[in-house]
Design a protein around this ligand. Structure first.
Ligand code: HEM
Ligand code: HEM
Length: 184
């Protein structure tokens, strides 16, 4: 690998990191998304604790409010994911860093989006309950998966020069084997 290539590689590695404002915005959006989901769960399954006058009317009003916040934060999350895909995911993939946990996170968001869509547009009275449980179980798993992704991503920082060195070695071997015998 030439010096110019190595410099470009290092630059790309630095740029995998999200900028501080983008990172904070992403964390705040995901916190609001998860918080509104947990709010709905609290009102739905533990209404006595979460709603002051716990009749069905107040419970449904609280659930509707939680879902309004949830819908808005879900749109914001999809917007943020688009931005993350354009730079972070492409660069991380090109550098072969954190591919496994990156794919797990992408799969998690895909399943959440599909099950969320199904909840809003597709379910009937008989299919609502299982799809709902699937969606919120996946939802509760989002924060731990994101934390794992970040930890494995940070640990992969040291691997970048190793990948670069491997590439350099394999290039050197190819060049050597291209030289005819006796001509070295
Ligand atoms: C759903 C899409 C994804 C989201 C929302 C996401 C989000 C994040 C966040 C918030 C961080 C920690 C902050 C940072 O260091 O920038 C991070 C780190 C990282 N992610 Fe992702 N990620 C996604 C997908 C991927 C994929 C598919 C890959 C790789 C193919 C990847 C590779 C990395 C790496 C290498 C780091 C560590 C960067 C460093 O600290 O040096 N990510 N990710
Ligand atoms: C990209 C991520 C997500 C998207 C696109 C999404 C989308 C949706 C949509 C469209 C609905 C239906 C709203 C309605 O019926 O008015 C919904 C409901 C819900 N979501 Fe999410 N969501 C996501 C992440 C999460 C997370 C992280 C949690 C955390 C626990 C969660 C928990 C819930 C709950 C509890 C419901 C109510 C279920 C029901 O009506 O039976 N979601 N979501």
């Amino acid at each position: 690998m030439s010096r110019a290539h190595e410099r470009a590689y290092r630059l790309l590695a630095e740029r995998v990191r999200l900028g501080a404002p983008a990172r904070r915005a992403l964390y705040a959006t995901i916190a609001a998304l998860t918080g509104s989901g947990v709010w709905w769960l609290g009102v739905h399954y533990a209404a006595n604790v979460f709603v002051a006058r716990s009749d069905d009317f107040s419970r449904l009003a609280q659930e509707a409010l939680a879902l309004k916040v949830h819908g808005a934060t879900a749109f914001a999350t999809l917007f943020a994911l688009g931005a993350v895909s354009a730079y972070h995911v492409r660069r991380g993939w090109a550098l072969k860093r954190n591919r496994i946990m990156g794919s797990v996170l992408v799969a998690e968001f895909t399943l959440l989006t599909i099950s969320g869509y199904a909840l809003y547009y597709l379910v009937s009275d008989s299919t609502h309950a299982p799809v709902s449980v699937l969606h919120w179980v996946l939802g509760l798993a989002l924060a731990p998966i994101l934390v794992l992704h970040i930890l494995t991503g940070r640990r992969s920082r040291g691997l970048a020069p190793v990948v670069a060195a491997k590439h350099r070695d394999s290039r050197a071997k190819t060049t050597q084997s291209a030289i005819p015998r006796g001509a070295e």
